[in-house]
Design a protein around this ligand. Structure first.
Ligand code: BGC
Length: 755
């Protein structure tokens, strides 16, 4: 697998650098630092210079012009914390500035085995001095509070090198009032709360205004000699100055360690930061070795080899690596839709994690998936509160987007109304359980989530004759809002209710305590079963397809042919009501239900439905194409599956949605993994058992990946000559392989010829 992403001699324009800030960000699930430049960029550049801590937020006003009952008035926003990136360099009093003079060579690398990024700049100044500066950065996976920069400065003819390195406490968040996917306003949200210096180590303490959180950042420099440190109260910043006179061929190398710790992890962040500085700011060689070790373990299980062109292989590795970088593992944080790479969607957590990211983690690193799922359990009390705000007497309603657990959707028709979030979370609980048989999880956390989400469906839906219906909700497709009987929502509610009804049997002896704690009665379980059994799913007899909702197929079709190409995404060019009144989809909706909820639909109906929605879907959301690819594979439409795969796999590397500069699209990255595992390899993990039916795209020679299922580690290797499944580790395992059942025990493999 190709794990080296390198760009050379790129232009230094705003657009390129903005994109690279995202692509070369460093993160470890807790700290995320954008790949902005130590030396800065011209002030007129629209740069998003940021350092983020997963789940560290403040609460800001979200004023509604008409304060209707229950609408939110404030929301969480992920905060940009102290800037420890900035480093100025001069040689013989001439400032190093790649935007003046000549860049002779520039190069950026992300090494996904080493877990570091590197930037090399060879530059000639206006006065003719030549200088090579190399920066290496790492957010340590083993030491979650540590970020480090190694800097090497080599003036070709020697000279006096002066370094000015900042630890800046006064920072702002990014804003763009023209794009609804970004914050519209930015202010200083972090308030200075203290500073101290111990030796050459500097500490800045800051408070949020409203959420009551505190963060401490610490910086330690290791220069060859001692530095001059000063504090500037106006900018709540420390500045370290160091100078050295170098001879020709010599270079100045120094290390800048950053520690960040916030009050969710430590009662006294300053004391914690001091300890972390003492423990974690160790020799770089040790840190680099640890990072490699961590990643060797990660890749051992996650590796997916694509035997074809180099780009596919690299793009898949890139996506997997970014998912790892994004993933919180402390029960307090989750996976933001942009990971820790940027401020798009203000660092909010959506259903993206359950439906798109969790499968990758569950199948490659079940222990990490388990840690991640804890977050949803932790915010269950707030989901119960939210249900009350929405007028429900029972159950829990998870917020559509959030950090702390409170609802943060400013525009409720395309936000809060997406009740399917409850079914998505329930689905993730079940999928994790089916893949791991982790009964402890089910008993300790999963059951409570399944019950409380199921309860809500009974409260939001109603009986109409002998059908159970759900009105006034929004499905995944945000171009149709507040509809009745959204096919996806009703399908996920049915799935949720069915699994909640099975809990007494699944939890065994533990059920008594769970039922007592949550006051579950037999009558309630019976209610779940009946509603699931009689759940109404809209179907159009004339077209022979599932309708997205009750009214969807009665609306006029959107005129795609007459829509100028630069009017996509439609959401930036048309009033929402115009979109709602047409048959046009932002993203996969009905067909996503086919993938997830195992509803027993017949193949012909699915094919017709697929063909219908394919024509009216814009894929304005990056969550869409991957689903079309997987469902196409499922339906044997392999050419289509391949086309969607191609359009989706490298989406961020190629910036196909035009907004990767605001952050990566984690859902699409998880989706790209699923396109191979669940799509091409046809893997299904349902209550009926496991199955694989791999096919290999024409232009590939083959692919290979490993997967954790029910305590076993399997390796699937598919080529045009056949497919082999090997049991690498763990218990014997049975599954359907194409159309036969096989049982695999240690040291055995099963093969099928001509895939
Ligand atoms: C999509 C949502 C998604 C959100 C965050 C929106 O554009 O429509 O489905 O959850 O982006 O990725």
């Amino acid at each position: 697998m190709n794990k080296l992403f390198r760009l050379k001699n790129f232009p230094l324009d705003e657009k390129t650098l903005r994109l690279q800030e995202t692509l070369f960000h460093n993160a470890n699930g807790y700290i995320g630092v954008r790949g902005t430049w130590e030396e800065g960029v011209p002030t007129e550049y629209d740069t998003m210079r940021g350092t983020y801590l997963n789940g560290f937020y403040d609460v800001i006003p979200c004023k509604q012009s008409e304060s209707l009952c229950g609408l939110i008035e404030e929301k969480d926003t992920m905060l940009n914390v102290a800037d420890t990136q900035t480093i100025g360099i001069t040689v013989d009093n001439e400032a190093y500035n790649p935007f003046c003079g000549t860049v002779l060579h520039c190069e950026r690398t992300l090494d996904m085995e080493a877990g570091i990024t590197e930037r090399i700049m060879r530059w000639r100044s206006e006065q003719g001095r030549t200088l090579t500066v190399t920066y290496r950065r790492m957010a340590s996976f083993q030491r979650q509070h540590l970020f480090v920069i190694e800097c090497d400065i080599c003036p070709e003819n020697g000279g006096k090198v002066e370094v000015t390195s900042y630890h800046k406490g006064l920072v702002k968040n990014y804003a763009n009032p023209k794009d609804p996917r970004l914050a519209s306003d930015s202010g200083v949200l972090l308030q200075a709360a203290g500073h101290s210096q111990i030796g050459e180590d500097t500490y800045l303490l800051s408070h949020t205004i409203k959420s009551g959180l505190t963060v401490c950042t610490a910086v330690r420099h290791v220069f060859p000699g001692s530095a001059d440190i000063s504090y500037d109260a106006r900018s709540h910043s420390y500045i370290a100055r160091y100078a050295a006179t170098l001879r020709k061929g010599e270079s100045l190398r120094f290390v800048k360690y950053t520690i960040a710790v916030d009050s969710r992890h430590a009662e006294d962040p300053l004391a914690a930061a001091k300890k972390l500085v003492a423990n974690d700011c160790v020799e770089l060689s040790q840190l680099y070795a640890e990072q490699r070790q961590y990643l060797a373990n990660f890749w051992r299980n996650a590796e997916m080899e694509i035997d074809a062109d180099d780009e596919s292989d690299l793009a898949m590795a890139f996506n997997q690596y970014q998912l790892l970088q994004s993933c919180g593992s402390d029960g307090l944080s989750y996976v933001a839709s942009k990971g820790l790479s940027g401020e798009g969607y203000e660092g909010h957590y959506f259903w993206d994690t359950e439906i798109y990211v969790l499968p990758f983690l569950t199948y490659t690193n079940p222990a990490l998936a388990r840690k991640l799922l804890r977050y949803r359990y932790e915010i269950l009390p707030l989901a119960r509160e939210n249900a009350k705000v929405l007028g429900h007497s029972k159950g829990a309603l998870y917020p559509w987007r959030t950090i702390s657990g409170r609802e943060c959707s400013g525009f409720f028709p395309a936000g809060t109304a997406q009740y399917h979030i409850n079914g998505d979370i329930a689905c993730a609980v079940v999928r994790y359980y089916l893949a791991t048989f982790d009964k402890d999880y089910l008993v300790e956390e999963g059951a409570e989530i399944l019950l409380e989400t199921a309860r809500l469906w009974l409260d939001v839906g109603n009986w109409n004759g002998d059908h159970f219906m759900i009105h006034g909700v929004t499905g995944p497709d945000e171009y149709s809002c507040i509809v009745n009987n959204n096919y996806y929502t009703n399908s996920c509610a049915r799935y949720n209710l069915r699994w909640a009804a099975r809990l007494p049997e699944l939890c065994g002896k533990a059920w008594g305590d769970i039922a007592a704690k949550l006051h579950v009665t037999e009558a309630e379980i019976d209610g779940f079963c009946k509603a699931a059994e009689r759940m109404y799913l809209p179907y159009d007899e004339t077209l022979g397809i599932h309708a997205q909702d009750d009214a969807f197929l009665q609306k006029p079709l959107w005129d795609m042919a007459a829509t100028p190409v630069d009017h996509y995404p439609l959401l930036l060019h048309y009033h929402p009501l115009t979109l709602y009144r047409h048959q046009v989809c932002k993203q996969a909706d009905t067909i996503l239900a086919y993938l997830l909820f195992d509803g027993g639909e017949d193949r012909e109906t699915m094919r017709r439905t697929f063909a219908y929605y394919e024509k009216i879907t814009t894929h304005d959301s990056s969550l869409s194409r991957c689903i079309f690819s997987i469902v196409a594979s499922k339906l044997g439409l392999y050419d289509k599956a391949w086309d969607y795969f191609g359009e989706s796999l490298s989406s961020d590397l190629r910036n196909t949605h035009g907004n990767t500069g605001d952050g990566i699209h984690t859902a699409n990255m998880g989706g790209s993994y699923m396109m191979i595992v669940n799509g091409f390899a046809g893997m299904e993990v349902t209550e009926r058992g496991l199955s694989f039916a791999p096919f290999v795209p024409k232009v590939w020679r083959g692919y290979r990946f490993r997967i954790h299922l029910q305590g076993s580690l399997l390796e699937i290797h598919a080529t045009h000559d056949g497919c082999t499944v090997r049991l690498i580790d763990g218990n014997p395992i049975a599954f359907r392989f194409y159309d036969r059942m096989v049982a695999l025990s240690a040291e055995h493999s099963v093969a099928e010829e001509s895939v």
